[in-house]
Write a protein that binds this ligand. Structure first.
Ligand code: AMP
Length: 415
C-alpha cells in the first residue's frame, strides 16, 4: 500500500509518499508560495535527481495537482499511475476535545475540524484546504487526519484546566491542549523499543526542542502533562516565542506601549524567545557560535533557554513521582550537543549522568547518551511525524478493508 502524507499550510504544502510494505519514502517535496508570484515546487524521488521548478500555483487544488504530476512523471516520478496512491494522511494541528485519536475523513469529521478554526486560526483552515484539494484531485482515495493534540487528550483535569472561571472552559473550551503530540508519541514508543522495556512500565519525559519546543511527561505511555497550552505559546522559551510569562504583562505592555491585541500577540509569538534575548537570531546554531565568540547576549539567551527546559524536567519528575527516561528530539534536541549537556548537567540530583563522548557523537540513529550507571537513561531519538501519520493512515484504511483484502495486504507487508 502506498500512502501520501500531506502537511498543508496557508501558503505551502509538504508531502511524502510512503511504501508501507517497508515504510520507505519513495518521494518527498514541497510546494511553497501558493497563491503568490513564482510558486516553487521542490521534488526529491528516491534514486533520481532533485528538481526545483518555478511556476504560478494559485491555490491548494493546483498545488496537489502539481504534486501528483511529479509523482507520476515518466522520468522524475515513482508511480506509473495515479491510482497507485491508496490513501492520503494529513497533519492537522488542532483536534480540540473532539479527537482523541486519528480518524478517517468523513463529512462529520470535516465539520468538527471547521468548528475548531477559532482555536487554530492559522493552521486548521489551511489543513482543510489540503483535504479539499485532495478530494478534488483524488475523489475516490480515502483520507485520514492525524492531530498534534490527540496524544495529549489523556491528560487529567489537574493538568489541563487553567485556574480561571470555569465558564470560560464550558463556553469556549479554554483549556490546555498541548501540541507536537505526534512527535512525543513517536519518540516515546521508539525509546521504549530501544531500551527493550514496555512503554507502560516507564516514567518518561520527552523534550521536543525545535524552532517550536515542548516537554511532555509521559506516564506509563500516556501524556500526563505537557508544556504547551491552549496555543503553542505556553511553556518553554522558543526560537521566537516567549513561553511562560505573567499574564498581567499583556495588559500592562498594551497600556504602556499603546499596543493593540494583535501587536502584542505578534510580539510574543514572533519577536520574543531566543530572538529577543540574543538580539540577533532564533537559530540555536548561531546562538552557540556567537556564545563561543564571547557574545554575552547569546550566552544569556542560551542559559535562559536551557534553564527553562531543566525546570520543566524537574517539575515533571515531581509530577510523576519519579523518572526513568529523558528523550531529546527535533532540530535542536537531536543536534545540539551543547544544549543536552547544559540541560543534563543540572539534573544530577535526579540520577542523570550524561556520557560526554556518547553525547558528542554526531549520528542520525536513535541512541542512548547517558552512562551505563546513570539511573535515568537519556536518549536522542530523531523524530518522524510523517511516518507516524503514514502508519495511522495505513492502519485506519486497512481496518475498512474486507478480511480477505486485509490479509493479502498484511502478507505483502511481511514479504
Ligand atoms: P525544527 O523546528 O525541529 O525543524 O528545528 C529547527 C531548529 O533546529 C533550527 O531553528 C535550528 O536552531 C536548530 N538546529 C538545527 N541543526 C542544529 C545544530 N546542529 N545545532 C543546534 N541547533 C540546530
Amino acid at each position: 500500500m502506498k500512502v501520501l502524507v500531506i502537511n498543508a499550510g496557508s501558503s505551502s504544502l509538504k508531502y511524502q509518499l510512503y511504501n508501507m510494505n517497508d515504510e520507505s519514502v519513495l518521494a518527498s517535496g514541497r510546494v511553497e508560495r501558493i497563491g503568490m508570484d513564482s510558486s516553487i515546487v521542490t521534488h526529491d524521488a528516491a534514486g533520481k535527481p532533485e528538481v526545483r521548478s518555478v511556476s504560478e500555483i494559485l491555490d491548494h487544488v493546483t498545488a496537489v495537482k502539481r504534486v501528483i504530476e511529479m509523482l507520476v512523471h515518466p522520468e522524475l516520478g515513482v508511480l506509473k499511475r495515479i491510482d497507485e496512491i491508496d490513501a492520503v494522511g494529513h497533519r492537522v494541528v488542532h483536534g480540540g476535545e473532539a479527537f482523541k485519536e486519528s480518524v478517517l475523513v468523513t463529512p462529520e469529521v470535516k465539520l468538527e475540524i471547521r468548528k475548531l478554526f477559532d482555536l487554530a486560526p492559522l493552521h486548521n483552515p489551511a489543513h482543510m484546504m489540503g483535504i479539499a484539494a485532495v478530494e478534488a484531485n483524488l475523489p475516490d482515495v480515502p483520507q485520514a487526519v492525524v492531530f498534534d493534540t490527540a496524544f495529549h487528550q489523556t491528560m487529567p483535569e489537574t493538568s489541563y484546566l487553567y485556574a480561571i472561571p470555569k465558564v470560560l472552559y464550558r463556553r469556549h473550551k479554554i483549556r490546555r491542549y498541548g501540541f507536537h503530540g505526534t512527535s512525543h508519541q513517536y519518540v516515546s514508543d521508539k525509546a521504549a523499543r530501544l531500551l527493550g522495556q514496555p512503554l507502560e512500565s516507564l516514567k518518561m519525559i520527552s523534550a521536543h526542542i525545535g524552532n517550536g519546543a515542548s516537554v511532555t511527561a509521559i506516564l506509563h505511555g500516556r501524556s500526563y502533562d505537557t508544556s504547551m497550552g491552549l496555543t503553542p505559546l505556553e511553556g518553554l522559551m522558543m526560537g521566537t516565542r516567549s513561553g511562560d510569562l505573567d499574564p498581567a504583562i499583556v495588559p500592562f505592555a498594551m497600556a504602556k506601549e499603546d499596543l493593540t491585541m494583535s501587536e502584542v500577540s505578534s510580539m510574543l509569538n514572533k519577536h520574543s524567545g531566543l530572538m529577543a534575548i540574543s538580539g540577533s537570531t532564533s537559530d540555536m546554531r548561531e546562538i552557540v557560535e556567537a556564545m563561543r565568540e564571547g557574545d554575552k547576549n547569546a550566552k544569556l539567551a542560551f542559559d535562559m533557554y536551557t534553564y527553562r527546559i531543566r525546570k520543566y524536567i524537574g517539575a515533571y519528575a515531581a509530577a510523576m513521582n519519579g523518572l526513568d527516561v529523558i528523550v531529546f528530539t527535533a532540530g535542536v534536541g537531536e543536534n545540539s550537543v551543547e544544549l543536552r549537556e547544559a540541560v543534563c548537567s543540572g539534573l544530577t540530583f535526579l540520577g542523570v549522568e550524561l556520557d560526554r563522548e556518547r553525547n558528542a557523537e554526531r549520528r542520525k540513529d536513535p541512541r542512548i547518551i547517558s552512562t551505563d550507571n546513570s539511573r535515568v537513561r537519556v536518549l536522542v531519538v530523531p523524530t518522524n511525524e510523517e511516518l507516524l501519520i503514514a502508519r495511522d493512515t495505513y492502519r485506519l484504511v486497512l481496518q475498512t478493508k474486507k478480511p480477505d483484502d486485509r490479509s493479502k495486504e498484511i502478507i505483502e507487508k511481511v514479504e
